[in-house]
Ligand binder design. Structure first.
Ligand code: 5GP
Ligand code: ZN
Length: 126
């Protein structure tokens, strides 16, 4: 998509330090880290949000994660786990976050998964 910042990163038009890549996803550091480790994992294919995975109903995206295994989300989760391990987060713990829509404060509408780690986190999120 022409005016999508993350599509530009996928296309190499905006620089980002590539921390990992597989057939369907790439990982790079968040430009404004909120945690000692703050990595974004995004599908190469433009999807505005998790709401576009599946048939568009509220729960479909959750089930679609399984149904679309190997296409959109599987590479994203696989790469998230890989970069988390490479950062040593498997020893201490980490959090995967996909902000979806207004109430979750999604700002960039190219589906992305945040990998957070490196310090103790609170729950629930604000
Ligand atoms: P959201 O609230 O949509 O889940 O988070 C979007 C994230 O993208 C924010 O944490 C923001 O810092 C990050 N971000 C926005 N523009 C860029 C960019 O050009 N490069 C990188 N690496 N991260 C970005
Ligand atoms: Zn995009």
């Amino acid at each position: 998509m022409d005016d999508c910042i993350f599509c530009k990163i996928v296309a190499g038009k905006i620089p980002a330090k590539k921390l990992g890549e597989n057939e369907g996803a790439i990982a790079f550091p968040d430009i404004k880290p909120e945690m000692p480790v703050h990595i974004l994992v995004i599908p190469k294919r433009h999807l505005a949000s998790l709401d576009e995975v599946g048939d568009g109903t509220v729960m479909a995206p959750v089930f679609a994660l399984a149904a679309q295994d190997g296409t959109v989300m599987a590479p994203v989760f696989a790469l998230a786990a890989q970069v988390a391990r490479e950062q040593g987060l498997d020893k201490t713990g980490w959090r995967a976050v996909i902000n979806t829509g207004r109430d979750a404060n999604q700002v960039v509408f190219h589906l992305h998964l945040h990998v957070f780690g490196g310090r103790r986190m609170s729950w629930p999120p604000g």
